[in-house]
Write a protein that binds this ligand. Sequence first.
Ligand code: NAP
Length: 434
Amino acid sequence: MRHIAIIGSGPAGYYSAEAAQKKFGENVAVDIIDRLPVPFGLIRTGVAPDHQSIKAVSRRYEKTNSGDNVRFVGNVTVGVDVSVAELQEFYDAVVLATGAPEDRVLDIPGSDLAGVIGSAAFVGWYNGHPDFRDLDPPLDARSVAIIGNGNVALDVARILAKTEGEFAGSDIVGHALDGLKQSAVERITFLGRRGPHQIAMTPKELGELGHLERARPVVEAEDFPDIGDDAMLEPGMRKSVNYLRSFQIAAADAEHKPIEIAFDFFAMPIEIQGEGRVEKLIIERTELDKDLRSIGTGELYELECQLVISCIGYRTPPIEGVPYEHGRGRFANSDGRILPGLYCVGWARRGPSGTIGTNKPDGAAVVEMINEDISENSRKPGRAGLDSLLASRGVETVTFRDWKKIEEAEVARAREGSPREKFTDIADMIAARD
Ligand code: NAP
């Protein structure tokens, strides 16, 4: 028997548990520990609420949880209720699958002004993460600047631009839908510090922008390289750039749509200004150097905006006692091994890149390492050790069966056409299982 603790119940955590089940069969006991009383991490609170087909992957994780050898232990914060060192005493292997829930810092003057928000907070707000339920973003803003040219930037713009009707079938939380219904937004501007050939937006997600009821994407022809240069792009990127180019052609047909979603390329925000609240961004025009990095040209201009959402990537918060790579915002590791017996997977290992499926090979790889490093004849107490420690500290844990009751209550209180109305308060989640 091997005892494994996985910290974090998102895709990286569940794929690791699934791989351990496959590899070790009945000779493994896996505990998936999460600080929230509800599982699935990024699937629940990161993936956009109007992307329900992506969220459906959680059914696969439910299967992983249906065997006796995988347990969900919710409402337990590692670093507060139990330390990593204590987990290492109980389990043969501890796997950090904590994701990258914090924003990469937007390090420019004025970034602490009211009305400047990171994507972790904004996405958490519309997805009902308990940490961000009270965010109250200033949706009286007529002009919104979104910094970054990745898929999170696209999610944020789409959510801001959609009509109430376009949220049918989504599980956007009630407080966000109510807030967005009152939104005054007229113009959304993506600020990309590089050009159309350097975007990190994938085709399907970019394509969605062309089909919004009341919003039209706008690009400037002069930002694009010669069309012949698209041939050098890898196929996915070429498709994305095709979509960008198609927005230019479609612009005339979409003029009746009142919200403009403008792509401002070669644009690097250098300062945010305002009296008590953001009023404008100072932007430096950039160009690319020979390594395709953006460099400032010295040409400055202003963008009036009342809300700035930075979507420039995420970082994994450090955990006491675990080696950490500050520059890259993730745990220091060699292909997932921090040291024998302590591992990391997913964004905590690689940084915030790739799709949900990218976590699958991560899970398989970490289990191979555990197999190499850890003997099958464990002398550790495993889950019994954790249970008695948490009981002695009065920590109230939430099981997978409890979660199913919480889920049932969320389904029961859903507005018409929505799959669920999430609880956004931890106390309400816990009360719903009783
Ligand atoms: P991302 O793909 O890394 O994009 C970050 C963007 O921010 C890039 O355009 C980057 O530009 C820019 N940036 C970084 N630092 C900046 C700075 N200091 N100033 C200005 N711009 C800056 O990150 P993400 O959008 O957060 O997405 C994270 C991961 O989740 C990605 O793998 C993404 O594909 C995935 N995701 C997928 C979906 C989906 O499939 N539906 C949805 C959401 C997220 P440079 O390129 O110049 O660095």
